[in-house]
Design a protein around this ligand. Structure first.
Ligand code: NAD
Length: 496
């Protein structure tokens, strides 16, 4: 039997597998352009039933001790490790990232469960002094209830865990909607939740479009928190829908990361880092290097080395371990990137490399786009301002660090920024003045489990990972406990 046999095509809710009543959708391989599975999608009614199941399951899940919840989560982590290769192959199949990267992603899928299980003994409250004798004030951290989780296609496996693991340890239950392009990884995870003995209703996976299933989740008054990773327009739509129920939201939206290279930096390290940070996952990473700023003294040298290194990248089947760059996820995404390049050229940018689909693509119908380098760009051009999310890099020179800082900060996005230099005063100035949620100095991502993944400005709200990310999935309850047997404050007279 092949490693990719028996792909799941049903939805998972209340501990049961069932066919979705919302029609079916073909999942297309980005590598070949061919259908690989036909998945049934949830109807609005089924989505509401999944939310109801999560609501029913939540009190019993919250009553378990955190340690009991952690034990279930550790079983999930162990099963992810057992099935890691199959999970990685599914990621490659439906999303198209190279297998080595997919194995890294699936490593993260398991680690989120192990990491958040460690918080079993660390979700603490506070006891505060009261203004009155015989009274205590407690602040407890308690679960929110039902979490609605909505994820994109670029990390279809790891993002399942990034949302579900903190929700579970906090005592919440979850209804998760994967992206319609990449539902298979989340459905495979549902099998592992079932096998690990996650109680019925604690995790529900409903497939379907944003317009139908997504809207049903974000409009439901039974959802206590909406956590979404995806695009800016969807994030704005979610905020406005959440306003109707005054539901909290956690949004991880796009980025337009500046990558600043100072003349004193280790140029080889900077070139290889800039390249990896641009082309990994075919440029489809929210913290990707989206615009590189190079100090003028080393600009020509940097561009020459960058173009040379990019030319040496191997574009090919993502199932091949030797491949560096795979296909884009979909034809629509490929065409979006093509249009960005066309408009950049129309605005006056020059092509230093690439610029189109490859002349000899690895497969005739895959969604290939050649790694592309643009020079002669200006900070006001669209290619320097909008998130491209593809293998296209504009490179711009600057003179002083102050100038680089101004270009970097002048963005609607504020997720991540990079700086390559060996000069400590410049590093400290960058740390203080780069207005981004994540600053990487002399290194690139990915971000760490124990960090805090958060965007400034229109890149997001709330945040994921680490103890600060866990806070998103908890709310606080203040208890005023009078144990003195007497009133703690003057009361009105009792008149029976
Ligand atoms: P998208 O916004 O199109 O889709 C994200 C999810 O939202 C999908 O599941 C989609 O079905 C759902 N959705 C769409 N409309 C909806 C609606 N009206 N109501 C509810 N749900 C709806 O984004 P995408 O194209 O999948 O992902 C690419 C974007 O995600 C990029 O902008 C990228 O930067 C961003 N991203 C951000 C991070 C981060 O952590 N900041 C990580 C990965 C991706």
């Amino acid at each position: 039997m092949s490693m990719l046999d028996r792909l799941e095509s049903r939805i998972f809710m209340d501990g049961h597998w069932m066919r979705g009543d919302g029609g079916t959708r073909m999942v297309i391989s980005p590598t070949t352009g061919e259908a690989i599975a036909e998945v049934s999608e949830a109807s609005v009614e089924q989505t509401l039933l999944a939310i109801a199941a999560a609501k029913r399951a939540q009190p019993a899940w919250a009553r378990k001790s955190p340690l009991e919840r952690a034990q279930v989560m550790k079983r999930v982590a162990a099963l992810v490790r057992r099935d890691a290769e199959r999970l990685a192959q599914i990621v490659v199949l439906e999303q198209g990232k190279p297998i080595n990267e997919a194995r890294g992603e699936v490593g993260g899928t398991g680690e989120f469960f192990d990491y958040f299980a460690e918080f079993a003994r660390r979700i603490e409250g506070e006891i505060l002094p009261s203004d009155f004798p015989g009274e205590q004030i407690w602040i407890q951290r308690v679960p929110i209830g039902v979490v609605g989780a909505i994820i994109p296609w670029n990390y279809p496996s790891a993002l399942v865990s990034r949302k579900i693991a903190p929700a579970m340890i906090a005592g919440n239950t979850v209804v998760l909607k994967p992206h319609e392009l990449t539902p298979l990884s989340a459905l495979e995870m549902a099998r592992l939740f079932e096998e690990a003995g996650v109680p019925a209703g604690v995790v529900n996976i409903v497939t379907g479009s944003g317009a139908r299933v997504g809207e049903a989740i974000i409009s439901s008054p039974d959802i206590g928190l909406i956590t979404m990773t995806g695009s800016l327009p969807t994030g704005k739509r979610i905020m406005s829908a959440a306003a109707a129920n005054v539901a909290p939201v956690s949004l991880e939206l796009g980025g337009k990361a500046p990558f600043i290279v100072m003349a004193d930096s280790d140029l080889d390290l900077a070139v290889r880092s800039a390249m990896t940070s641009r082309y990994m996952n075919c440029g489809q990473v929210c913290i990707c290097n989206e615009r590189t700023l190079v100090q003028r003294k080393v600009y020509d040298d940097f561009v020459e080395r960058f173009v040379g290194a990019t030319q040496a990248l191997r574009i090919g089947s993502p199932f091949d371990e030797a491949t560096d760059v795979g296909p884009k996820v979909s034809l629509e995404e490929l065409q979006k990137v093509e249009r960005y390049v066309e408009r950049a050229l129309a605005e006056g940018a020059q092509l230093a490399l690439g610029g189109s689909r490859p002349k000899e693509p690895p497969t005739p119908h895959g969604y290939w786009f050649s790694p592309t380098v643009l020079t002669d760009v200006h900070p006001s051009m669209e290619i320097m301002r909008k998130e491209v999310f593809g293998p296209v890099l504009p490179i711009i020179p600057f003179d002083s660090f102050g100038e680089a800082l101004a270009i970097a900060n002048d963005s609607q996005y504020g997720l991540s920024a990079y700086l390559f230099t060996n000069d400590m005063p410049t590093i400290m100035r960058a740390v203080a003045d780069l207005a981004f949620g994540e600053v990487y100095v002399n290194r690139i991502g990915p971000e760490s489990l124990q960090g805090f993944h958060v965007g400034y400005r229109e890149s997001g709200l709330g945040g994921d990972d680490g103890p600060h990310g866990l806070e998103t999935y908890l709310r606080k309850k203040t208890v005023y406990l009078n144990h003195s047997g007497k009133p703690t404050a003057p009361l009105m007279p009792y008149c029976a």
